[in-house]
Ligand binder design. Structure first.
Ligand code: ADP
Ligand code: 5GP
Length: 187
């Protein structure tokens, strides 16, 4: 089983992914992507990402190691390794992908029925703005850019199997629990 999570920045994608990983550690594992950006804060190579140089990234693209890759931000590349699906499935766990909206649409197209794609929606752009301000880790100019991008990304919600509206947190967790438990019962 494979789950693809996407959302406009600040909608609660990390919160939803963290919920599944902590509530069901025996069932889910996060796919670790490669990125050319530098580690932030407490991030560790091989845990949040494989942090690699642009040169190594390009070599891995040439070797065909990525299922998909994107330049998510100016000059910064992120790529999903094919080997992650095998690694996680060998652990008998379901794979979670946390990727940008374009990458999520590509992964779903490639993986088809094997994957469930989930778009985490904010209840509104105003609420998204409130959350990004409350999180307190993003400069005002960047927040305005992300809000403008979010309004555009929301138009892609229809390409996902499930639109999960993250209004009240407990209700969103309950809805997510119901989705995954339903899948595990079916399998
Ligand atoms: P993303 O990964 O999509 O950028 P986060 O999961 O980091 O978003 O959430 C953005 C901020 O909003 C965080 O500070 C998080 O704690 C908060 N948040 C997430 N879901 C809710 C919710 N339902 N109600 C209020 N705040 C929320
Ligand atoms: P951050 O730098 O904040 O960790 O991530 C920035 C964005 O890149 C997030 O939206 C994250 O989901 C996305 N991302 C992370 N890994 C990948 C990947 O392998 N492919 C794509 N397309 N996006 C990714």
């Amino acid at each position: 089983m494979i789950y693809i999570f996407c959302a406009p920045s600040g909608s609660g994608k990390s919160t939803m992914v963290k919920h599944l990983l902590t509530a069901y550690p025996e069932k889910f594992e996060l796919s670790i992507s490669c990125t050319t950006r530098a580690p932030r804060g407490q991030e560790v190579n091989g845990r949040e990402y494989y942090f690699i140089s642009l040169e190594e990234f390009e070599q891995r693209v040439a070797n065909g190691e990525f299922i998909e890759y994107e330049q998510v931000y100016d000059g910064l590349y992120y790529g999903t390794l094919r080997s992650e699906i095998d690694r996680i499935e060998q652990n008998n766990k379901a794979v979670i992908f946390d990727v940008d909206v374009k990458g999520g649409i590509n992964l779903k197209r490639i993986l088809g029925q094997r994957a469930t794609s989930i778009f985490v929606c904010p209840p509104s752009i105003d609420e998204l703005s409130r959350r990004l301000h409350a999180r307190g880790d993003t400069a005002e100019e960047m927040i305005q850019k992300r809000l403008a991008k979010a309004a555009i990304e929301m138009q892609d919600a229809k390409f996902f199997d499930i639109q999960l509206i993250n209004n009240d947190l407990e209700s969103a967790f309950a809805e997510l629990d119901a989705i995954v438990n339903n899948h595990f019962c079916e399998s």
